[in-house]
Design a protein around this ligand. Structure first.
Ligand SMILES: Nc1nc2c(ncn2[C@@H]2O[C@H](COP(=O)(O)OP(=O)(O)OP(=O)(O)O)[C@@H](O)[C@H]2O)c(=O)[nH]1
Ligand SMILES: [Mg+2]
Length: 233
């Protein structure tokens, strides 16, 4: 485990500094030395905590199959991947329609606090072989929680990648053939999709995710990536 993690680098990285904008307030600036929050979101059992552990290269978050939600509070883990300070934030299922809004608000606040002032990239975790009715409007719910521009900084992460391997199907083919609702979600998120198999830590999946994270960081306006703006909107 963890063989893919590279030690900290000191050279300047791919991110622009923000000295020419209002965002040079340090809490909004986005440089290679700034940590980035990867906020893992999705319905219960899709593999958020397992994905967090795969990214961290250690079993920090509790992950198990269960008929009821396993993660009940937002949690933070930190690592360094290819020169990028990564803060992984595991969350409970906040998309449950039966959840009281006061409980959801509390969790969002919990998430906000963990994110601090660092830029956020949202990772929407879906199980590749199981797109449910409850997930059809997941982007609408995401926007209500994190603001209408959230899809611009969201990556879709499909777990259970082995299911596709067994069917000898590439992610590209899967996305081409999947349900229109799912394809639309992928398109709304700029086609940023990655495939994970959390039972197998020895693949390039984390690097693939980090490449997408760096793309998002390059694109987003530092003024709108402050978690304080997005999480409290
Ligand atoms: N085969 C396989 N199993 C996975 C994968 N990802 C997660 N699982 C399994 O799916 C189950 C649920 O995973 P979790 O990571 O706990 O799911 P979660 O989204 O955090 O669930 P909650 O905390 O309830 O919201 C566990 O038994 C994991 O081992 C994957 O990529 N492949
Ligand atoms: Mg969990």
């Amino acid at each position: 485990m963890g063989g893919f993690l590279k030690r900290p680098q000191t050279s300047s990285g791919p991110f622009p500094t923000t000295s020419d904008s209002a965002a040079n307030i340090s809490m909004n600036s986005c440089t290679d030395r700034s940590p980035v929050n990867l906020v893992l979101l999705g319905m219960s059992g899709t593999g958020k905590s397992s994905t967090g552990n795969s990214i961290l290269g250690e079993k920090l978050f509790l992950a198990k199959s269960s008929s009821k939600p396993v993660t009940t509070m937002c949690q933070l883990g930190k690592t360094m991947i290819n020169g990028l300070h990564v803060r992984v934030i595991d969350t409970p299922d906040m998309f449950d329609d039966d959840m009281e809004s006061s409980v959801r608000d509390k969790l969002l606040k919990n998430c906000t606090n963990l994110c601090g002032s660092h830029p956020c990239v949202f990772v929407l975790v879906l199980q590749v072989s199981r797109f449910t009715d409850g997930e059809r409007d997941i982007l609408t719910k995401l926007k209500k929680m994190f603001g209408r521009k959230v899809s611009e900084q969201t990556i879709i992460l499909f777990t259970h990648g082995d299911d596709l391997s067994r069917a000898a199907m590439s992610l590209k083919t899967f996305l081409h053939q999947c349900q229109p609702d799912l394809r639309e979600i992928a398109e709304m998120c700029g086609g940023r999709c990655v495939l994970f198999e959390n039972k197998d830590s020895d693949t390039g999946q984390v690097e693939d995710l980090i490449d997408n994270v760096k793309e998002v960081l390059k694109q987003i306006n530092p003024n709108i990536i402050s978690s304080k703006v997005h999480l409290l909107h």
